[in-house]
Design a protein around this ligand. Sequence first.
Ligand code: URA
Length: 254
Amino acid sequence: MTTIAIKTIMSAMRLDRCLANAGFGSRTEVKELIRRGLVTVGGVIVRDAGLAVDAGETQAIHVGGESAMVRRHLHYMLHKPAGLLTALDDKRLPTIGDLLPTHLRQRGIFPIGRLDRDTTGLLILTTDGTLGHRLASPQWEVWKTYEVTIDGAPFDASDVTLFAAGLQLLDGLACRPAQLEPTSLYSADLTIHEGKFHQIKRMMLSTGRTVTKLHRRSVGGLMLDAQLAPGEFRELTTAEIAALYQLVELDNQP
Ligand code: URA
């Protein structure tokens, strides 16, 4: 009976893949655990590694008596290094996908929004399409803070007013008000809540400056973990995940 119920659940995944994703070993190792009768679903020993289960229902799965708590969605932060495309694959150039282990890619993880190839800093990765869509959409006005270094005229107080009023890009496109906080003559923290193509570079160009360095420090209040070196990533904490879901008015997923 339990088996029938599990098989009818949407977005099903094979039991062996589900357990491998949860860190119980490689697919081969997990199959061996199943073969040895160590895996139960709903209290019943299962010997079919291909049994369809749903990641949201896996609290009912135990391995050697231990609960296989697989979360419905995965959320990570990556310290994006320079030189990689914000994409999972590209025929010609290295991408952030090259940094991710197979099991995360198999779960369908993707980056929220896009950083240019030469931009460094915080990229959030998730398997939740709705969360990703809302965090990236200008409609939800999620604030993102960048550290920007420029070539050209030094910043002064008039720039703060200009950015706060909403800049007009060289092609005539209007930007929403942004917060510019100069940190030196040639660097500033810039906070925006939209994500037009090359937005910050184009904003700076419209004031006659060019960006020489761009680093994203935070998204929606989530700060890049200072412990992460470029290229490193970690899972978001429960509190960080809850804060992001709350920000875009979604129920937190288990
Ligand atoms: N604005 C840019 O110009 N580039 C980025 O990577 C992000 C924001």
